[in-house]
Design a protein around this ligand. Sequence first.
Ligand SMILES: NC(=O)c1ccc[n+]([C@@H]2O[C@H](COP(=O)([O-])OP(=O)(O)OC[C@H]3O[C@@H](n4cnc5c(N)ncnc54)[C@H](O)[C@@H]3O)[C@@H](O)[C@H]2O)c1
Length: 295
Amino acid sequence: MGMDGWCALPYRARMLGTDTAARSASLTGGGGRRVGGKIVVVTGGGSGIGRATAELFAAEGAAAVVVVDVADTGENSGPQTVELVRKAGARALFVRADVSVEAQVQAAIGAALAEFGRLDAAVNCAGVAGSGAKIADMELQEWNRVVSIDLTGTFLSLKHEIRAMLPNHAGTIVNIASAAGLVPVPYLSPYCSAKHGVLGLTKTAAKEYRKSGLRINAICPGVVDTPMIRASAAERPEVAKQSQAAAGAQSGAESGGSFIGRPEQIAAAAVWLCSPAASFVNGESMVVDGGTVTR
Ligand SMILES: NC(=O)c1ccc[n+]([C@@H]2O[C@H](COP(=O)([O-])OP(=O)(O)OC[C@H]3O[C@@H](n4cnc5c(N)ncnc54)[C@H](O)[C@@H]3O)[C@@H](O)[C@H]2O)c1
């Protein structure tokens, strides 16, 4: 796993020592039922932000969560998230799929429909940071790998989720972009370009389908304590340093505060966007970063 510029700050977050569902419930006012009965797909649901989102949907009353991920074994994998979702009270299904392969995405959404009958909400979290290099040194293969997962994978997920929702004239989708979708991040041109693209895709989708009853929004997280950021910091400390110097001029790390978020803080925004409380929010790129990129 490579280096995300917005994952490039020194790892300093302290975990609170309680389980994710409990922490999430405290963020949402004690475990409401804001998405009661919904059938939800979470891509990249095996780990990090996707896992927290899957758990929070269950804690907030979703009927079923379909976890789509390439990771099918180990601690950070779809089957492990399915266990957590069931513990939190919802039905759950794991489907192994690579979001950059259309046939697999189509099959995953098809499996969700076959098992649960319809699709009400989707959160597209699957993504990779890529390895760090300046543009003149960036290999085409690495560019294509990151863009095919982060941008094309979001497009393919969106395409098949929209198709599944259109017959019901209702549905909400959230694409997890990044603060790197709004500001430049040196050494991470494929990631930064893909995340900028995700915002354009989200806005276009919102315009295309608003008359069909669909709402489609994006979230731009700042630095969040997940396996992605931990792996990046461990594997490429030198790129982390360079990235921090270039991209983190106004970061919390430099001003002495701790602005590393927790996955459930992003999940809280995603679940809210999929809830009736956000019924007039469409085509929005919501920054959830503790105030890092604001000017
Ligand atoms: N952690 C951060 O600081 C941060 C900041 C901004 C944006 N994001 C974005 O949030 C999303 C989730 O990231 P995270 O930090 O939770 O990372 P993570 O590595 O913990 O989780 C990403 C998940 O996506 C899955 N995945 C990767 N490639 C896939 C593919 N081709 N098909 C299906 N699944 C695939 C992985 O197996 C993993 O379970 C990503 O899109 C990431 O770019 C993260």
